[in-house]
Design a protein around this ligand. Sequence first.
Ligand SMILES: NC(=O)c1ccc[n+]([C@@H]2O[C@H](COP(=O)([O-])OP(=O)(O)OC[C@H]3O[C@@H](n4cnc5c(N)ncnc54)[C@H](OP(=O)(O)O)[C@@H]3O)[C@@H](O)[C@H]2O)c1
Length: 332
Amino acid sequence: MNLPHSDFGNTQMNLPRIGLGLAALGRPGYINIGHAEDLAYDYVVEAMERRTHRLLDAAYELGVRYFDVARSYGRAESFLQSWLDNGQYDPSELCVGSKWGYTYTADWKVEADFHEIKEHSLPVLEKQWEESKVLLPHLKVYQIHSATFESGVLDNKEVLSYLSKIKQEGIKIGLSVSGQEQARILEEAMMIRVDGIHLFDSVQATYNILDQTMGTILAAAADSGMGIIIKEALANGRLTNRNEQPDFQKSKETLDAIAQKYEAGIDAIAIAFILSKPWAHVVLSGAAVENHLRSNLSAASIQLEADELQTLSNLKMETAAYWEERNQLKWN
Ligand SMILES: NC(=O)c1ccc[n+]([C@@H]2O[C@H](COP(=O)([O-])OP(=O)(O)OC[C@H]3O[C@@H](n4cnc5c(N)ncnc54)[C@H](OP(=O)(O)O)[C@@H]3O)[C@@H](O)[C@H]2O)c1
C-alpha cells in the first residue's frame, strides 16, 4: 500500500502519514473498547509478543514506518525491539518514538488498583531514559508522556536541561498532551527554550471527529516547525462500529452513510477526516488486530468532499464531555 508521506516538521524526517501505536499490544490491560477480546484473553508473554510481531509485520508490509511506544506500555518496547532484532527490517528506515514519565504498575494483570503512575521528576527521567535507550537502540523521538500543568514538568529546569542534553545526542525531543488543557499545555511548551534553542521538536495530541479542540494550535505548532503526531484518532474505539452508546447512534448513522459511499468502515472515515488536515503529519492507528489495522489504513485512499468534512466536523462533542466520557472507559 502506498501511504501518503509528510515532512515531520523540521526534523528532516519524511514519514508515511499513518503510524502504529502499541499501547494496546504491550500489556494485558488497556482502556480501548473490546481490548480483552482482541487479545483473545491470552496474556502469556510469548503469545502477546508473537501477536505484536504479526501486527508489526503487517504494518510494515502496508507501508507504516512510525511506531509509538512508552515505558509504561508493559513490554511494548521489548516486543518492538525483538521484532527489529529478527533482522528482517532495516531500523534506519523506521522511526521509533517512546515516552517517559509513567511507570507500569499493573504487574501483568488486567485488573489493578493502579495500572500506571505518573511522575515527571529528574530521577524518573534518568532511570527511564537509561532503560529505553538500551531497549530501543534505534529510538529517534523521545517524548514526555502526558505533560500536564499539575505534573510541573514544563517548569522543571533540571528535567528540561536533561532533555536538552539528550537532544544534543541527535534524539528529537517531544511531548504528549492529554485532557481538557491540551491546548494551553502545548502553547506553553512551544515557548520553552534551553540555551536559546526551542526544546520541543514534536507534539503528540488527541484530535478526532469528537474532540476537535486542538485544530488551531496544532496548525500553529506545525507552522512553527514542530512534528505533529495524532493519537486516539478513533477516540479509543468510540469512533468505530463497536460504540453502542445510545447518544452516539445518530452520529453513527451519519458516519455510516458516508462510509457506505466509500465502501469503507466508519473508522476509516474518522481517520480520513484527520488526514484532510495537512498539519496532521502522522496519525496513529491503535489497532490490536490485523483486519482493524487494514481498515484504518484504507483511510489513506479516501479523499472526503468539502461538504462531507463539514458534516463530520458538526459531530464534535463538548471538550469537557469528551474527556469525561473517556475517563469512564474501563480497563479491560
Ligand atoms: N497520552 C499519550 O501519550 C497517549 C494516550 C493514548 C494513546 N496514545 C498513542 O496513540 C495510539 C492510538 O491510540 P489508542 O489506541 O488509544 O486509541 P484509538 O486509536 O482512538 O482507538 C483504538 C481502538 O479502536 C479499535 N478499532 C480500530 N479499528 C477498528 C475497526 N475497524 N473496528 C472496530 N474497532 C476498531 C481498536 O480495536 P482493536 O484493538 O481491536 O484493533 C482499539 O480498541 C496508542 O497506541 C498510543 O501509541 C498515546
